[in-house]
Write a protein that binds this ligand. Structure first.
Ligand code: FES
Length: 118
């Protein structure tokens, strides 16, 4: 059964400064999207080899061919700090291999507090 959990003060979650909490035996991190300023809530464990994913970066997705043209696309990703795999910030789907996924959670702000449903 899911419930809303108070994670942090909204003002404390800034770009590069995630808030991480343990909920029901899982670490969940809330990160700030530098592109939209929205909040992102994901599980703090990379499904590849277990890195603490919320210690990675949040960035606008860059697409293109190796040695070719690159372009920024309308998609935010969380980049794992260990091997650089990228996960869609909204869905948790791994860009490199969609068979991998990290849990993404609903997040909202109420009275200046960040709440996550988990
Ligand atoms: S542990 Fe995250 S990409 Fe390898």
């Amino acid at each position: 059964m899911s419930a809303w959990h108070d994670i942090a003060a909204e003002a404390d979650v800034t770009v590069g400064n995630p808030a991480i909490a343990r909920i029901g035996g899982r670490e969940i991190g809330v990160m700030r999207d530098p592109r939209t300023n929205d909040l992102i809530a994901i599980r703090n464990r990379c499904p590849h080899s277990g890195a603490r994913l919320c210690l990675g970066t949040v960035a606008q997705r860059i697409e293109g061919e190796v040695g070719g043209d690159y372009q920024l696309v309308d998609r935010t990703v969380v980049v794992c700090p260990w091997h650089g795999w990228e996960f869609d910030a909204s869905t948790g789907e791994c860009i490199e291999d969609p068979s991998f996924r990290v849990a993404a959670y609903p997040v909202r702000v109420e009275d200046g507090r960040v709440l996550v449903e988990a």
